[in-house]
Design a protein around this ligand. Structure first.
Ligand code: GSH
Length: 224
């Protein structure tokens, strides 16, 4: 890491899964950063839908990432992750393990699968289980089934590494994308009983120093 790198500013929320992915990547690459916490309100000073934060991310969601060294602002966890990889992972510590066209596509497809499918389906399970104003069991069951379908796909992929990483040869940013969403399975009311390799992978991820440090920094910045 260049000695002149100024700490990046990671905009986050105490319990939202998407900012954690970015904190894990910054920890893995030893990039300095500070965490700025927001709530989910439209309070002008503290909320993601308030006027102060909307100047950083007009979509009103976290993560957002400011890099004072380059002046670049990113949001959407996929864009933040790709920015970090392009600028701060020149030795390819967390990127695709191989260089073939298939290796690069494999990285992309699992990253996109989390961003477009497993993450949003789990998010909808959480919404209809915990937050929707009216009981809607049809919607809940639809998203529970979709989340389990994603778990089936992930369990199959983890057979290739005996549960040690999503891409077979080593842990990458793909694992960082999945970790916070799969960690939330209990909150979502989803069981890992039928998914021994996901269970094993999650345990290995939770034991990593970069993962532990990322959660610790997010919690400390939230005053927890
Ligand atoms: N697709 C986005 C989603 C960002 C997102 O939904 N973040 C949540 C927290 S994990 C959020 O800011 N929610 C605020 C809201 O729903 O108002 C990503 O991958 O970053």
């Amino acid at each position: 890491m260049a000695a002149h790198t100024k700490p990046l500013i990671l905009h986050a929320h105490a319990s939202g899964p998407n900012p954690i992915k970015i904190a894990i990547a910054l920890e893995a690459l030893k990039v300095p950063y500070i965490v700025k916490q927001w709530d989910f309100s439209d309070n002008p000073d503290t909320g993601v839908k308030g006027k102060t934060f909307l100047k950083v991310n007009e979509n009103g969601r976290v993560p957002a990432l400011e890099d004072p060294t380059t002046g670049v602002v990113s949001w959407e966890s996929g864009a933040c992750m790709n920015y970090i990889r392009r600028v701060y992972d020149t030795s390819n510590i967390i990127g695709p393990p191989g260089t073939s066209a298939q290796d690069l596509v494999d990285f992309d497809k699992w990253e996109y699968f989390l961003l477009t499918t497993l993450g949003p389906m789990t998010g909808q399970v959480n919404w209809f289980r915990h937050y929707h104003s009216q009981k809607n069991d049809d919607a809940l069951q639809r998203y529970v089934a979709q989340a389990y379908r994603c778990y089936d796909v992930l369990e199959g992929q983890l057979q290739k590494s005996d549960g040690t990483s999503i891409l077979p040869s080593r842990v990458t940013a793909v694992d960082f994308h999945f970790e916070p969403w799969v960690r939330q399975h209990s909150f979502a009311g989803l069981s890992l009983d039928k998914y021994p390799l996901i269970h094993k992978w999650l345990g290995l991820m939770a034991a990593r120093e970069d993962v532990k440090e990322a959660y610790a920094k997010i919690q400390i910045s939230a005053g927890k």
